[in-house]
Design a binder for this molecule. Structure first.
Ligand SMILES: [Zn+2]
Length: 220
């Protein structure tokens, strides 16, 4: 629940002209919340330090975060950082470090976050099946597709019937050994990222001769 609240806060924030940069970070910050909870073994102090470190990370500071989580674990990265002390940075700090959110983040279940990671890993296996060997470039492209698909669909809401009531379904997970579990039915998956990719490919090709039809070329 706290993830939804903070995402909504970030969305509101990016609407302000001076905070447009926040929008470019919303997804990364959201994923960081999952990672903080999933990788801390239920240690509330560690989860909180990992979580608040993102307010420093966005301004390109990756060390001296806290006692238990002192520095970021990522390799050297390049991206458009938010300016330290700017209005956008202050807004990110206000949202990430709000007392209420920090309290909620400490209580995120590592198991829930693990299941999120597991669903991502199964998605990677869907795009890059283990039955087939892929060369590096192909594997990289498939993992990128899995990330695009996951990012677009991981926040789907619960589907509703035509009368507005929520949809549910029964499932029989292995660990229940025949027992039944009621789960929400999610909205239909979308593939907008595929349209965006096709548009980008088309724009890139428009500037080259390769987009010209063979008949055009032979007429010259
Ligand atoms: Zn960092």
């Amino acid at each position: 629940m706290c993830r939804k609240v903070f995402l909504e806060n970030l969305r509101q924030c990016q609407k302000e002209a001076k905070c447009a940069a926040v929008g470019e970070w919303a997804r990364s910050i959201s994923n960081h919340m999952y990672w903080a909870a999933a990788s801390s073994n239920g240690d509330g102090d560690l989860v909180e330090e990992k979580w608040t470190s993102v307010a420093r990370h966005v301004v390109n500071i990756h060390e001296d975060h806290g006692q238990k989580f002192q520095r970021c674990e990522h390799e050297e990265i390049t991206r458009a950082w938010i300016e330290k002390g700017s209005r956008a940075h202050k807004e990110v700090e206000n949202i990430v470090c709000s007392t209420r959110l920090k309290k909620d983040v400490r209580q995120l279940s590592p198991a829930d976050q693990t299941s999120c990671l597991e669903s991502f890993h199964s998605l990677v296996c869907f795009f890059a099946t283990k039955q087939t060997h892929f060369f590096y470039e192909s594997m990289e492209a498939r993992v990128i597709l899995a990330v695009l698909h996951f990012n677009e669909n991981s926040n789907r809401q619960q589907a509703r019937k035509s009368d507005g009531s929520l949809q549910w379904q029964l499932s029989y997970p292995k660990y229940k050994k025949g027992g039944v579990v009621v789960r929400p039915v999610k909205e239909v998956m979308t593939y907008k990222y595929a349209d965006d990719l096709m548009r980008t490919v088309w724009c890139l090709r428009e500037g080259t001769q390769a987009t010209r039809m063979p008949t055009e070329l032979s007429a010259e």
